[in-house]
Design a protein around this ligand. Structure first.
Ligand code: CA
Length: 508
């Protein structure tokens, strides 16, 4: 039945596309609907810190479900959930059971409900999948380390007589752990032994786990942790992700695989060749912050270079853009609490191509500096810290000024950072040009201004960010009309524009 419906739909669309009364943009739209690319604005959630539905102080999956309307209102189209599998740590990046839900976070039924409720609101769910290593307390590792005869022995990497166990890693960390005669490899930490992906059983197991959540829970894809650490060899990494991706696409052809390859574009590029659908743009993250801090325009040339390289590798790749994530000092701390600068950072992120990822709390200007716990503090919902839903599993070191930070306070204030994010996200979503358009250099340069064009087919928008504090007067060389502005004081008279400081304007 379903197949017949699809065939009929296809036929109708084919006929419509051939019809001369249909504009090119409309027929493009139809094609996009058919292929349903997973474009959108995403939101990264650390569940433990987000929203606590049962008043035990720990954020949970039902809490995320309760806050879907908040996310929907903000304009979010997809969620990346940091690890939700069983784990002995607070952060979850050391898993002890890949097919379970951490009981701190709820039950598998709660997760099913979350996915269903998210889908009702057209919000996709990406799960963090941590395959490079397990927890030291995973039953596989406990068994493997107990005996050389264990069936799981070869699932991990053990030192032999020839191994240099004093060898250090790329951050000069210790790589070999455990007692002499039983030393194992763990690139991140002694509590996270690396799996041996040369062993086909390990690869099969991880593919089975990937299939499980797509099939049983109908999730929309994965954020793949430590994607470049699976093997020491880059070629073997690319090959593994192609194997994994092809298996996931057999389950759901629209499944989105976003990989963490924390490296320069030249290393990242080859992963996009059939392996990962998308990678996080770490270079851009640093560039956005630099641009805001130094009022400079360095982003465009480096981004266009990277995009043209990635487009050569894969014409379907999606850039996953962000300002900061759960492994980095929070934006607001990087900008020393300057709300106007934080707004500019958001404006830049949300006017660039790609799928922007917002780290929870970024939209209300939460602060946080390493160590890691302090960049993952509880989300601040209300002015009253006793109000239901407030996670309290840790005591916040930053984020104490609830009158300024809380969602509740910022909802009321038209000029808040939260409402700024909301405006920018909804503006982005209002036009295909900002969602899917390419980025091109503008025809002019001006100190303190970051400007670029976004183009799609024959349509184009001119984006101008005045990063400086001073009003700028610019002669644009051609006539434009205002499409969007963060400030009513922008004055545009045909080809001359006056833009107040710390303002974003988009012209058509
Ligand atoms: Ca709870």
């Amino acid at each position: 039945m379903k197949k017949h419906m699809c065939a009929i739909l296809l036929l109708i669309i084919t006929i419509l596309s051939g019809c001369s009364s249909m504009s090119p943009s409309e027929s493009t739209k139809e094609k996009e609907l058919l292929s349903s690319p997973p474009h959108g604005v995403y939101y990264e959630i650390f569940v433990r810190s987000f929203y606590d539905s049962d008043d035990d102080g720990i954020g949970d999956l039902n809490g995320v479900t309760e806050k879907l309307d908040y996310l929907s209102d903000l304009g979010i189209e997809g969620i990346w959930l940091m690890p939700i599998n069983k784990s002995p740590s607070y952060h979850g990046y050391d898993v002890t059971d890949y097919k379970s839900i951490d009981p701190d976070y709820g039950s598998s039924e709660d997760f099913k409900t979350l996915v269903e409720e998210a889908h009702e609101r057209d919000i996709k769910i990406l799960m963090d999948l941590v395959v490079n290593h397990t927890s030291k307390r995973h039953p596989w590792f406990e068994d493997a380390s107990s005996s050389e005869e264990s069936p799981y022995r070869d699932w991990y990497i053990w030192a032999n007589d020839e191994t240099n166990t004093t060898e250090r890693g790329e951050w000069s960390q210790t790589l070999w752990h455990g007692s002499s005669g039983n030393k194992y490899y763990g690139v991140f930490w002694q509590g996270m032994p690396d799996l041996n992906f040369d062993n086909p059983e390990v690869r099969e197991e991880m593919i089975d786990i990937g299939e499980y959540w797509l099939e049983e829970y109908n999730i929309d894809g994965y954020r793949l942790d430590a994607a470049k650490h699976i093997f020491d060899s880059e070629e073997k990494n690319h090959e593994w992700w192609r194997e994994f991706n092809s298996a996931m696409k057999d389950i759901n052809e629209n499944a989105l695989l976003v990989g963490e390859v924390w490296d320069s574009a030249t290393i990242v590029g080859p992963y996009l060749d059939g392996g990962l659908d998308s990678t996080f743009n770490f270079d851009l993250s640093a560039n956005i912050l630099n641009s805001v801090k130094n009022e400079s325009d360095g982003i465009v040339s480096s981004l266009t270079r990277t995009r043209s390289y990635f487009n050569d590798v894969s014409d379907e790749y999606i850039d996953s853009t962000f300002i900061t994530n759960h492994d980095m000092n929070r934006v607001m701390s990087e900008l020393n609490g300057d709300v106007e600068q934080a707004k500019m950072a958001a404006s830049i992120l949300l006017t660039l191509p790609g799928n922007p990822f917002i780290y929870y709390g970024e939209e209300i200007g939460m602060e946080g500096q390493k160590p890691d716990e302090n960049i993952r503090e509880p989300m601040i919902w209300s002015v009253d810290k006793e109000k239901e839903g407030q996670a309290s599993w840790m005591i916040a070191k930053h984020n104490k000024d609830r009158e300024a930070i809380s969602v509740e306070a910022q909802m009321e204030d038209d000029n808040s950072l939260l409402n700024h994010y909301k405006k920018l996200i909804h503006t982005r979503r209002s036009t295909e040009i900002l969602i899917e358009g390419e980025i091109e250099k503008s025809d002019f340069r001006e100190d303190g201004i970051l400007t670029f064009k976004r183009t799609l087919d024959d349509q184009s928008l001119l984006v101008i960010h005045n990063l400086s504090d001073e009003e700028k007067q610019i002669s644009l060389g051609q006539e434009y009309e205002q499409f969007f502005s963060t400030n009513d004081e922008v004055s545009l008279e045909s080809s001359d524009i006056i833009i107040p400081g710390k303002t974003t304007t988009i012209l058509e």
